[in-house]
Design a binder for this molecule. Structure first.
Ligand code: PLP
Length: 284
């Protein structure tokens, strides 16, 4: 596996950074995860725009041009034989020898990217879905930034597992549904698709955008509105969406079945449209 680190392509196992990197010391950095189907970057412009938004919000200078980002990621993809991959890329504010919350003026960002095989969902997950619990969202108030500081997400994932679930759906301080620990949340009620609006409480997921565009194309009504815990628990279907999982059906919430306890009909339809949409984009 080959990684890109600060201008060089090197074996992943040999990649090294300084312990004085502000990413390591402060979690001072941002990241992206981008799916690749048939060696083609999927919704790349949208991922690049979100990366630029995260960099701008944190005041980290974008170290590369759009053309350079595109070239690096495509070079990484070509260096690996997998047809379907996912790219992880991270930019931190850089290495600083004096430990100080205040960033020094002259830092150069650390740029890191590598690629992994993208596995499709297992037959077991497709047939049975996943179990979730609701947990209080203990994260910060800028969840719209894709920051590398993921300790609360890790703690929440562990807490969900301790309660016998696969994941958690997080409830914000205001009592409304936010998102999963690494995914956006959708519900289906009476044939309509609902999801919380974008805000600083959630990451503006690219898969969420993909689903919005598919819903529009196929005349599936999609409503963006704040959802209560009750609406979530009484939904006919619940989905979790992300670049590596696409749309995952949730079949159990807080120990109770969602709908009839099986992946729902609208999810099945959406999944077919999603696979077709991927195919259409690859062939463009
Ligand atoms: N919300 C959070 C907290 C995430 O970490 C992710 C992705 O990992 C998402 C939502 C979904 O974003 P995307 O669809 O762009 O992968």
């Amino acid at each position: 596996q080959i990684a890109y680190l600060n201008g060089l392509y090197i074996p992943l196992a040999e990649a090294q950074i300084s312990p004085q990197d502000r990413g390591f010391l402060f979690g001072d950095g941002v990241y992206e995860v981008i799916p690749v189907y048939n060696k083609t970057l999927f919704y790349f412009d949208e991922h690049l725009q979100r990366l630029k938004n995260s960099l701008a919000a944190t005041g980290i200078a974008n170290p590369l041009s759009d053309a350079q980002w595109t070239d690096i990621l495509n070079t990484l993809i070509e260096k690996h034989s997998w047809q379907d991959q996912f790219i992880y890329l991270q930019v931190t504010r850089g290495v600083q020898m004096q430990r100080d919350h205040m960033p020094a003026d002259c830092l150069s960002p650390t740029i890191y990217a590598y690629t992994n095989p993208l596995k499709s969902l297992t037959d077991d997950v497709l047939a049975k879905g996943v179990k979730v619990v609701t947990l209080e969202d203990i994260r910060w108030l800028r969840c719209d930034i894709k920051a590398i500081t993921l300790l609360p997400n890790v703690m929440l994932k562990l807490a969900a597992k301790q309660q016998g679930a696969d994941d958690a759906i997080l409830i914000s301080r205001d009592g409304y549904v936010a998102e999963g620990t690494a995914s956006n949340a959708f519900i289906v009620k009476d044939g309509k698709l609902l999801t919380p609006p974008t805000s600083a409480k959630i990451l503006p997921g690219i898969t969420r955008l993909v689903i919005e565009s598919i819903a529009k194309q196929h005349h599936i009504e999609l409503i963006e509105k704040e959802l209560t815990r009750d609406e979530l628990e009484q939904a006919d279907e619940i989905w979790l969406t992300s670049s590596t999982k696409e749309a995952l059906p949730v079949t159990s919430i807080n120990g109770k079945p969602v709908g009839d306890g099986k992946p729902g009909a609208l999810w099945q339809t959406l999944r077919q449209h999603y696979q077709q949409h991927k195919q259409d984009i690859i062939e463009q």
